[in-house]
Ligand binder design. Structure first.
Ligand code: THU
Length: 136
């Protein structure tokens, strides 16, 4: 399992190299693994109008959805060279929760201080997310 998580972090790092973040100078990369075994990557893309910036995790998930991915998220690795243990922001946690499709085992993979994978569960970082249960 650790080898898989290292691979996801490696791909998040590669994606991070494509980041467009001249305003924050805070590049982020993400790699999301689905139950289908498909993987998608994304980087943050900023804009002179700061609030329009897009996060790496949501870009990775958008690529997956645009590709027709419909299985559940098993894990997502997030990486920034500027910060060890770079956690997903609240908006990205809500997005990950949406596409985890009630998978309680979904993992968030970060890089720890020794450059090893730190594995958290979505459950622990986002326990009571909003879900639309009555949309009839
Ligand atoms: N950022 C991400 O890409 N993911 C997160 O979960 C948190 C923040 C980006 C947004 C912005 O381009 C930069 O990091 C600084 O906030």
């Amino acid at each position: 399992m650790n080898e898989l998580y290292e691979q996801l972090l490696f791909e998040a790092k590669k994606a991070c190299e494509k980041s467009y973040s001249p305003y924050s100078n805070f590049p982020v990369g993400a790699c999301v693994l689905y139950e289908s075994q498909n993987k998608y990557t994304g980087c943050n893309v900023e804009n002179a109008s700061y609030g329009l910036s897009l996060c790496a995790e949501r870009n990775a998930i958008s690529s997956a959805i645009s590709d027709g991915e419909n299985s559940k998220i098993l894990a997502i690795a997030v990486y920034s060279p500027k910060q060890k243990k770079c956690l997903p922001c609240g908006a990205c946690r809500q997005w990950i929760d949406e596409f985890a499709l009630n998978n309680k085992e979904t993992k968030i993979i970060l890089e720890d201080d020794d450059s090893k994978p730190l594995v958290l569960s979505l459950e622990e970082v986002f326990p009571l997310g909003f879900k639309m249960t009555n949309n009839n």
